[in-house]
Design a protein around this ligand. Structure first.
Ligand SMILES: Nc1ncnc2c1ncn2[C@@H]1O[C@H](COP(=O)(O)OP(=O)(O)OP(=O)(O)O)[C@@H](O)[C@H]1O
Length: 893
């Protein structure tokens, strides 16, 4: 029977590893067992079915999470979970089971697996590429839909093939789903891009029948509470055909894999490009916004340095904001006002922050309920969180009252930023009261939750198993978590149970009184012997019982013996039935409560989202106070003016080793939009370029910035060409990568963009490199007309751009400014880097100093010095002259 079930499931889910639950184990059979045993490094064994020896392996339930991580996360395999459900069997008979696959686990459809990173979103992304529909501007539209199944956060967007790489870098999906039509189109540009970038790709056949809105809940998950008007865009009719088809691919894939765990989805929030800064994929990585390139992970990234959030969901929101800063002056100013509000009230900041620390990850909990999961402990968490939300509101109200009575008036403009945020909080006190009235005291529920966690049993509780456990104990069920008063049915069941327990107690006392020579007599039950009379010291006590016709002997062992006793058998069975009825009634009550919570899903999520925003804001305010950040002025023009700006990550790094960061100022204005930065190696050019970009990101995220003063004209797109890495996997040399990125910038930067370019042209010969650098600057000035910083060691570039005494270029390069860093040398042959920028051009790279610092052999450094001196003295460097120079340098050693 089991073999047939397994073979059927293997045929139904041929693309999956099938794990079949058998009692307290998950098992794998046939050829798959060989692979599973190898991947999990567990013992391969065999068993005989139909006279055939078949391979099998298995592991205990409690190891499921560990092994799922290996199979799904590390090996990117799909795992079909086949659970067992006991069928009703008469008392004493061996239980039988139905087994069915309840869910397929894939890298992008993780629900509440403990190995999910709670601080990051786990996105499943679908891309519809029905095209080629070429737009007016020659771009190919694609539809995107992405969801975090563990939180229910769901988005849709129309993008283009050209921008897809940037979207992917920002969303960072764990799995990408494409229309099955593309499965054999190996050369399709989207497939190629996904393979090149190393994404895990799956396929789905989108259902053509179900209209999108029928598979979704008609409520909205707002992405941004500050801008309620975004909600309006999230109606089904507002989705573009590309988005609709991406949503269909995504929902089909979810249905096919989540099966019995499929949640009711909310409408995806529509994400437009208009109001967000576009940061290309390379820049997200190069500026180490979410992850550091040096150490991997988040340590050393911008996120890790600015993160002061108290909640996991707050951190997830912060990461999203940093990769997607706003371009709406109104929105940025609203966020800033809120930061300023708490910055000016440190005591309130600290109070609210403490409360936030008690808030649970509500978005994830609500999603668990919508997925038909969730447990009583989650109900408690919801109720506690609603309570904390109310406390935060009360705390803010109290502060408002105190302020107004102390000052005699209220700074209503300051308070309006708080009101805009908090006025959208739904009042969920009724739900909190309802949960509290329904649940036993919270500690009981917590304890029972803890017990469940100890057992580590992730499977859905099997009804019969539950009731027999309770029946065996003959006590008020220890796992009762619903108050008897919840319903009249539960009240009457609890009354019956109390009554039956009393009868049992009396019966036992009566028997002990009737058989005074058998004081060790008790009424008991066990799975093997059913209801029985138990004599603990049979040698001493059993004589009277043994001769009584009321007792029928069942077993004797050593010092104990058991007897069947009809009145106890019928009373005991009533107890089992009542306890089991209570469990079932509790399950019904829990389902009712779960549905009630699900009905409030939209409100709960909205409140949670508002609290996330509050959390990020409080974090920004703490950061500003701790690291002396200031509030930037945000304008709608193309100014970029920063006085004494600092690089937040480098500053922190230097601080830890007791060094001080040298701040720098910059003013990119209409008459000086592009700056050429020259200077020695190691003197801080790259750091300066990156700091300019990071300050723009922080400012448009709503944070204060590391500077004494800043005016930032909103940046629509941020580009960087920094760092040099080859990409041999994709057959691209370092220089090719450099040129690809440069070409992309020149194609896409607009007059509102900000571009930083570090040493463009260094990957080839000096002449080629200089020529390219000149052409790039020319293009940026005349075509892109954007704000730009261009760091270079080609000081000849300054001459080509007509560098003049007023530290600017000439002719069409008049709006090019020149700045540089220096090395200060002392008489005793020591030197120090000045990281402070000054107007001008530094024609000396002092590269040999870096070589010396890096520990190059002394003789090599000396030879390099002599070669450099000799080269400096010459105007012509023809091949014959150079050959002669080389000979003379080496022969005179
Ligand atoms: N403003 C600053 N204040 C203090 N230290 C700085 C500053 N800028 C940079 N540094 C230090 O100098 C190191 C080198 O900086 P950076 O890489 O920016 O130099 P660079 O001029 O771009 O060098 P190269 O031309 O060799 O690429 C940094 O790692 C940092 O430790």
């Amino acid at each position: 029977m089991l073999a047939t079930e397994i073979l059927n499931n293997l045929a139904k889910f041929p693309h999956c590893i099938l794990l079949t639950r058998v009692g307290q184990f998950y098992e794998s059979y046939f050829d798959q067992a060989i692979e599973v045993a190898r991947l999990l490094n567990i013992k391969l064994t065999s068993r005989v079915w139909d006279k055939q020896n078949i391979a099998m392996c298995g592991f205990p339930l409690m190891h499921l999470d560990k092994y799922l991580k290996v199979l799904v996360e590390q090996n990117k395999r799909f795992v079909a979970m086949c659970e067992e459900f006991p069928r009703y069997s008469a008392h004493g008979q061996k239980p039988e089971f139905d087994r069915r696959v309840v869910r397929v686990i894939t890298p992008g459809t993780l629900i509440d697996e403990p190995f999910i990173n709670q601080y990051e979103n786990n996105y499943l992304l679908s891309i519809s590429a029905d095209g080629p529909t070429e737009d007016m501007d020659g771009t190919f539209s694609v539809g995107l839909a992405w969801i975090d199944v563990s939180t229910g956060e769901f988005f849709a967007k129309t993008s283009s093939r050209e921008a897809l790489k940037d979207d992917l870098a920002r969303i960072c999906p764990r799995e990408v789903v494409l229309d099955v039509k593309l499965q054999d189109e190996f050369l399709h540009p989207i497939r190629q891009l996904l393979v090149d970038e190393g994404y895990f790709v799956s396929y789905a056949t989108p259902s053509q029948e179900t209209p999108v809105k029928d598979s979704l809940v008609t409520t909205v998950t707002p992405d941004d509470p500050i801008k309620p008007e975004e909600d309006l865009a999230s109606t089904p009719s507002a989705y573009s055909p590309e988005e609709t088809s991406a949503i269909k691919i995504l929902t089909t894939f979810l249905h096919a894999n989540l099966l019995e765990h499929m949640p009711r989805l909310s409408m995806p929030s529509r994400e437009g490009n208009v109001e967000r800064m576009q940061i290309d994929s390379h820049t997200i990585k190069a500026l180490e916004i979410k992850e550091s390139t040096r150490e991997g992970g988040t340590t050393g990234s911008l996120l890790s340095v600015v993160k002061r959030t108290a909640t996991r969901s707050g951190t997830r929101l912060l990461a999203r904001w940093l990769c997607k800063p706003s371009t709406s002056v109104k929105e940025i100013q609203a966020r800033q006002s809120l930061v300023a509000f708490f910055h000016a009230r440190p005591h309130l900041l600290s109070d609210v922050r403490q409360f936030l620390e008690e808030v649970e990850d509500t978005t994830r909990i609500v999603q668990r309920f919508l997925l038909g999961r969730g447990d009583p402990g989650d109900l408690v968490s919801i109720s506690r969180t609603i309570n904390v939300w109310s406390t935060i509101r009360r705390c803010l109200d109290l502060e408002r009252k105190m302020e107004s009575s102390e000052r005699g008036f209220l700074l209503s403009e300051e308070w309006s930023s708080v009101d805009v945020l908090m006025c959208r909080m739904a009042d969920l006190q009724a739900l909190e009261t309802r949960i509290n009235l329904a649940l036993q005291d919270m500690e009981t529920v917590d304890q029972s939750k803890a017990k469940d966690e100890e057992g580590n049993d992730n499977s859905p509780p099997a009804d019969e198993e539950e009731s027999s456990k309770i029946g065996c104990k003959f006590d008020i069920p220890s796992r009762c978590f619903i108050r008897p008063e919840f319903s009249s049915h539960l009240t009457s069941l609890h009354n019956t149970l109390v009554d039956l327990l009393e009868q049992r107690w009396k019966m036992e006392r009566q028997l002990q009184a009737d058989y005074v020579d058998a004081p060790s007599l008790t009424l008991r039950s066990s799975p093997a012997q059913g209801m029985h009379v138990h004599i603990g010291r049979s040698k001493r006590d059993q004589t009277a019982v043994k001769i009584s016709p009321l007792f029928i002997g069942i077993s004797e062992s050593g010092s104990t013996s058991s007897y069947f006793y009809q009145p106890w058998s019928s009373l005991g069975n009533q107890l089992v039935e009542t306890a089991s009825a209570i469990t079932n009634a509790e399950k019904e009550a829990f389902n009712l409560l779960r549905n009630e919570v699900s009905a409030f899903a939209t409100d709960l999520r909205r409140n949670a989202r508002i609290m996330d925003e509050l959390d990020v804001t409080l974090g920004f305010a703490s950061l500003a106070a701790e690291m002396q950040f200031t509030r930037p002025v945000i304008t709608d023009d193309t100014t970029y003016e920063v006085t004494n700006g600092r690089h937040p990550t480098v500053e922190l790094g230097l601080l830890t080793s007791g060094r001080v960061f040298t701040p720098n100022s910059v003013a990119l204005e209409s008459d000086s939009r592009l700056h050429i930065i020259t200077g020695p190696n190691m003197a801080g050019k790259s750091t300066f370029l990156r700091q300019v970009a990071l300050i723009a990101i922080l400012a448009q995220t709503g944070s204060f910035v590391p500077a004494d003063h800043a005016v930032i004209g909103v940046v629509d797109r941020l580009f960087s060409r920094v760092g040099a890495k080859d990409d041999l996997f994709r057959d691209r040399s370092t220089f090719m990568v450099e040129m690809l990125e440069t070409a992309e910038i020149l194609r896409r930067a607009t007059p509102r963009s900000l571009v930083i370019m570090d040493e463009v042209g260094r990957g080839t010969t000096v002449k080629d490199g200089l020529a390219i650098a000149f052409a790039v600057v020319h293009y940026l000035v005349t075509q892109n007309q954007c704000r730009a910083l261009f760091a270079t060691h080609f000081h000849e570039l300054a001459d080509m751009l007509g560098y003049s005494d007023s530290h600017c270029g000439s002719g069409i390069f008049q709006e090019v400014g020149f700045f540089c860093t220096d090395v200060h040398e002392t008489d005793d042959n020591h030197f120090a880097y000045s990281h402070r920028l000054r107007p001008g051009v530094n024609r000396d790279s002092h590269g040999l100093k870096v070589a010396q610092l890096a520990g190059m052999p002394e003789s090599a450094v000396l030879l390099a010095k002599r070669a450099l001196d000799a080269l400096k003295g010459r105007d012509h460097t023809g091949s014959q002259q150079l050959s002669a120079l080389g000979q003379s340098l080496t022969s005179s050693r």
